[in-house]
Design a protein around this ligand. Structure first.
Ligand code: M6R
Length: 608
C-alpha cells in the first residue's frame, strides 16, 4: 500500500526514483508523484493513474534535474485518487516536500489547528498536514522540526522529506509502515521495500518504529524521536534480483504459480530430518509444546484461509483445539483467551496492519506469538517471539499463490510436530504423511502442466456474473481461497459456502447455467458433498468438481471434473488449490484484467 522511494547522491535522482517506484507497483496504487530539488527550488510532478503517465510526463525523469528527491505511489485513503491528492505535498512556500505511507489518525484536529494559524490546504489528504506541521516547527533545523512533528502525529507513517534549504540531506521516519534505507558508493536510498533499490545495493537497514534517518550522499545517521543518535546494523539481502522480475512470464502471478513446487520444497524439506519434523525456529521443547492447551490462528485474506485449513489439520492430526480469527476482528473483539494458549499469526508481507495489531494485542496479554511470515525482517517477523519463515521468495502479484502454498506447508509441519509430541498419530501413519508431503512439489508441478485445459474451461466463464464455490471441512477452506482468487483479479462476484450451508439461503441465487465449483477431496465427506452438488444441479447449476483421482462416482453429479493426485486428505488443499488458482487467473486474463495489479487492491495492507 503506497510506495516510497527517495535518493540522494551523485546521480540524477529522478530516474532512480521512478525506476524504484516501478518496482513497487505491485503494492497497489492509483496515482504517483515525485519531488526533486534542482539547485534552486523543489519541483514536483504528479499524475493520477499509472506510473507510466508520470514517466511520460517527465520523460522518464529527465525533465526533473537534481541529485536529491522523493517519489511516491499513492493508494488513496483520504481523498479521491486525483493529481491534487497525489504525493508529494508541499508546505506553503514550497520549500519542503513530503511523501507518506500510512494514516495520520489525528489529522482533523491538526488541520484545524494549522488552519487557525493561517495555513491553507489544497488537498483532502492527511499527509498535507505533515508538510504544514513540519513548516510550522521548522526554525532552520530539519531534524528538530521532524521530531516535533512525530510527537504530535498519531497513527502510522513512513515518511520521506526534503528541504530546499538543506539539499544535502534527505530525511525518513517510520512508525508501523515499512521503510528501509540503503547505501552504495554513489548515494543513499530510502524505500518501502527491497525490490525498489535492489539494483543499487544489497546492504539495507530496516528502520524501526519511531526512528528517523538523516541521509546524505555518502552516509546515514539514525535517531530516536528524541533526537538521540543510535547505531543500527545493516543486513545483506540474499535473494536474487531476478526473483522480483517476470522472467519471461506474461504476469507475475503466473510465474509465482509456477514457483510453487520450489517454494513448497524449500519450506518443507529442510524441516524434515531423519524421519522427524524439526522446527528449530520454534525455540520450544517437547514439554513446552505439550503444555500448549489451545492455539489461536490470526491472519487476513488468503493467510486467514491458510489458517482455516490449519485449524482442520491441527485439530485432526494433533487433537488440539484451534480457533481461527480474522485479524481485523480479533484485535477489537476483546477475545477470551485461554491460559496456556499459543498464538500463531500468518502473513506473507509481515506488514499487514491488522495482523500486526493482533500480534501486539496477544503479546500484551502475555501470550507467546509465533509468526508464519514470508518477508524476512518484516515488522511481524521482528516482533513475534519466534518466526517460522515460509521460503516462497519475493511475491509481487497482489493475488497470493506461492506464499499461500508455503503457509499451508508451515501449518502442516506444525500440526505434525504437535501430533508427534501429543502422540496422536502412530509411527507408520506419521511416516506415510511425511512421504505424502515430500511428493507435493512434483504433484503440484503435474497439476500446473494441465494449464491449457483449465484455460479452455476458464474462457467459457469470462462473461459470468456470479460463481460459487462449495465444500465441507478442508474443502470449505479450499473453496474460500478459490473464490477469493477468482474475484479479486477477475472482478466476478463469487462466494464460498460450506456445502451444507447452501440451502439455508444462498441456493436461491443459483440460476440456469450458474457455475458452482464443488471441492471434494475428503473421502468421508464425498457422499455428503455429492448430495449438495445434485441439489444445485437440479436448480440449473453447471457443476465443476475438483476431487481425488479414482472418485469417478462424482461424474454422475458433475458436468466437468478435475482430478488431483492421491495424498493424505489433510494435505489435499495444496493440490486442489492449483486448478482453482489457474481458473481464476485465466478468467481474469480472458477478461483483459490487470491481473498483477487488480483495481483497489494493495499487496501489503499497512493501514486498517
Ligand atoms: O501479507 P499478508 O499475508 O498479511 O496479506 C494478507 C492479505 O492481505 C492477502 O492474503 C490478500 O488477501 C491477498 N490479496 C490475497 O490474494
Amino acid at each position: 500500500m503506497c510506495g516510497i522511494v527517495g535518493y540522494i547522491g551523485k546521480r540524477q535522482a529522478a530516474p532512480i526514483i521512478l525506476e524504484g517506484l516501478s518496482r513497487l507497483e505491485y503494492r497497489g496504487y492509483d496515482s504517483a508523484g515525485i519531488a526533486v530539488y534542482d539547485g534552486e527550488r523543489i519541483n514536483i510532478a504528479k499524475a493520477a493513474g499509472r506510473l507510466k503517465i508520470l514517466e511520460e510526463m517527465t520523460h522518464n525523469g529527465e525533465t526533473l534535474s537534481g541529485f536529491v528527491g522523493i517519489g511516491h505511489t499513492r493508494w488513496a485513503t483520504h481523498g479521491v485518487p486525483n493529481t491534487v491528492n497525489a504525493h508529494p505535498h508541499y508546505n506553503k512556500s514550497e520549500t519542503i516536500a513530503v511523501v507518506h505511507n500510512g494514516i495520520i489518525e489525528n489529522y482533523i484536529g491538526l488541520r484545524k489547528m494549522l488552519k487557525e494559524k493561517g495555513y491553507e490546504f489544497v488537498s483532502d489528504t492527511d499527509t498535507e498536514v505533515v508538510a504544514h506541521l513540519i513548516d510550522y516547527y521548522y526554525k532552520g533545523n530539519p531534524l528538530e522540526a521532524i521530531t516535533k512533528v512525530l510527537h504530535r502525529v498519531e497513527g502510522s507513517y513512513a515518511l520521506g522529506v526534503i528541504f530546499a534549504e538543506h539539499p544535502d540531506q534527505l530525511f525518513a521516519a517510520r512508525k508501523d509502515s515499512p521503510l528501509i534505507v540503503g547505501q552504495n558508493e554513489e548515494g543513499c536510498f530510502i524505500a518501502s521495500d527491497v525490490p525498489a533499490i535492489l539494483k543499487y545495493t544489497r546492504q539495507v537497514t530496516y528502520v524501526d518504529n519511531q526512528e528517523i534517518v538523516r541521509l546524505r550522499g555518502d552516509h546515514m545517521h539514525f535517531y530516536t524521536v528524541d533526537e538521540e543518535e543510535i547505531q543500527k546494523e545493516s543486513v545483506t539481502i540474499e535473494w536474487d534480483a531476478n526473483a522480483a522480475e517476470k522472467g519471461g512470464y506474461e504476469h507475475f502471478m503466473l510465474k509465482e504459480m509456477y514457483e510453487q513446487p520450489k517454494g513448497v520444497a524449500d519450506t518443507l524439506l529442510p524441516r524434515i530430518k531423519d524421519g522427524e519434523v524439526v522446527i528449530d525456529e520454534l525455540n520450544m521443547t517437547d514439554e513446552e509444546l505439550l503444555s500448549v492447551k489451545k492455539i489461536y490462528i490470526v491472519a487476513c485474506g488468503s493467510a486467514y484461509h491458510a489458517g482455516v485449513t490449519g485449524k482442520y489439520v491441527l485439530e485432526s492430526l494433533a487433537r488440539i483445539s484451534v480457533e481461527v480469527d480474522l485479524a481485523s476482528e480479533f484485535r477489537y473483539r476483546n477475545p477470551v483467551m485461554e491460559e496456556g494458549a499459543m498464538v500463531i499469526v500468518v502473513s506473507q508481507s509481515g506488514e499487514t496492519a491488522d495482523t500486526l495489531a493482533a500480534l501486539r494485542e496477544s503479546k500484551k496479554r502475555g501470550f507467546k506469538v509465533l509468526g508464519i511470515v514470508n518477508v524476512v525482517g518484516s515488522s511481524i517477523a521482528r516482533e513475534a517471539d519466534s518466526v517460522l519463515y515460509t521460503w516462497a521468495g519475493p511475491e509481487i502479484a497482489v493475488a497470493t499463490t506461492k506464499a499461500y502454498s508455503t503457509q499451508l506447508i508451515a501449518l502442516y509441519l506444525l500440526a505434525l510436530k504437535f501430533a508427534r509430541v501429543r502422540k496422536t498419530v502412530g509411527d507408520k501413519e506419521f511416516a506415510g504423511m511425511l512421504d505424502d508431503l515430500k511428493k507435493l512439489p512434483d504433484q503440484i508441478e503435474m497439476l500446473l502442466s494441465n494449464k491449457n485445459h483449465i484455460q479452455k474451461f476458464a474462457n467459457r466463464y469470462i462473461g459470468a456474473k456470479d460463481i460459487f464455490f462449495i465444500g465441507r471441512g478442508i474443502d470449505y477452506a479450499i473453496s474460500l481461497e478459490g473464490s477469493l482468487k477468482l474475484k479479486e483479479i477477475s472482478y466476478i462476484h463469487s462466494e464460498a459456502y460450506a456445502a451444507g450451508e447452501l440451502k439455508h439461503g444462498t441456493i436461491s441465487l443459483i440460476e440456469e447455467g450458474t457455475l458452482v465449483a464443488a471441492v471434494s477431496t475428503q473421502p468421508e465427506l464425498f457422499a455428503k458433498t455429492i448430495s449438495n452438488m445434485v441439489e444445485v444441479k437440479a436448480r440449473g447449476a453447471f457443476v465443476l468438481a475438483v476431487t481425488n483421482e479414482g472418485n469417478i462416482e462424482i461424474e454422475k453429479a458433475a458436468d466437468y471434473v478435475i482430478y488431483i493426485p492421491e495424498t493424505n486428505p489433510c494435505f489435499a488443499n495444496s493440490l486442489a488449490i492449483i486448478p482453482l488458482q489457474l481458473f481464476g487467473y485465466y478468467v481474469a486474463v480472458g477478461k483483459g484484467c490487470d491481473v498483477d495489479k487488480p483495481r483497489n487492491l494493495a499487496k501489503s495492507v499497512t493501514v486498517e
